[in-house]
Design a protein around this ligand. Structure first.
Ligand SMILES: [Zn+2]
Length: 253
């Protein structure tokens, strides 16, 4: 009888510990980057409780911490089969990320995120359209995400295609969306062509910032959430040579 009681107590403690681990955000920073990250440990997943408790600033801190983990080759150890089972009944991603189609910028990997952690929209040149805007509204208004991140990358082929005025089937229309960013880079004495990587990256940065502006202008739902501080919005640039994402925090809210 006593043994049974001890076993029950042990089971009870383990169950509570497991519930706390799954249901709450660990206060431990997981990245060693010095930022306060609400990241959960590798085997756990985002829950309604963890998503609700997260602020837009914490969501950004977690993306930064995740990228630090990627760059330093210290990703969280994730038990993917367990994460799959734990997320089957529902998802509570803390951010929605728009990034480029480019195979060298696999966004969950470079931000070290697991199953159910972030919504991901990918399209060449990380351009905006009605469907992506609707997806962001779904992510934030209907599903509770706390941050919109638009992350482009260096040496982007889509941006180079826009600069070179490439004409190719349906790609032509996509590249048209990037062209306002070319005009947004002030004239100076540098070459304004796709062989000038500095110019290409300046156009990419301008493109990201125009997309951020467009999100606010074209979505009254998201604009209101941003203005009320319910969600944040931030741009960033992924460096293909280093794996590092530089976030444009001064332009975020
Ligand atoms: Zn690209």
């Amino acid at each position: 009888m006593k043994n049974l009681s001890v076993r029950f107590e042990l089971f009870f403690s383990l169950t509570i510990a497991a519930l706390i681990t799954v249901g709450c955000q660990s206060s431990n920073s997981s990245g060693g980057s010095g930022t306060t990250s609400p990241a959960v440990s590798g085997a756990t997943v985002q829950t309604h409780a963890s998503q609700t408790a997260m602020t837009p600033a914490q969501a950004l801190a977690e993306l930064k911490a995740g990228n630090d983990r990627f760059v330093t080759d210290k990703p969280l150890h994730r038990d993917f089969p367990t994460q799959v089972k734990a997320t089957a009944a529902g998802q509570y991603p803390f951010a929605v990320v728009l990034s480029c189609l480019d195979s060298r910028q696999p966004i969950e990997i470079v931000l070290d995120q697991g199953v159910g952690d972030i919504f991901s929209a990918r399209v060449a040149g990380n351009v905006l359209n009605d469907d992506i805007l609707g997806s962001m509204e779904f992510a934030c208004k209907a599903s509770g995400s706390k941050l919109i991140a638009v992350i482009g990358h260096s040496n982007c082929g889509a941006v180079k295609g826009a600069i070179d005025d490439v004409q190719l089937g349906n790609l032509t229309g996509l590249l048209t969306k990037i062209k306002p960013a070319i005009d947004a880079v002030p004239e100076d004495d540098q070459a304004r062509n796709s062989k000038n990587y500095k110019f290409v990256d300046e156009v990419s940065e301008a493109n990201i910032k125009l997309v951020l502006k467009e999100i606010r202008e074209r979505s009254p739902i998201l604009r209101e959430m941003i203005d009320k501080g319910e969600i944040g919005i931030v741009g960033g640039m992924y460096d293909l040579k280093t794996g590092k994402v530089q976030f444009y925090e001064n332009d975020s809210k």
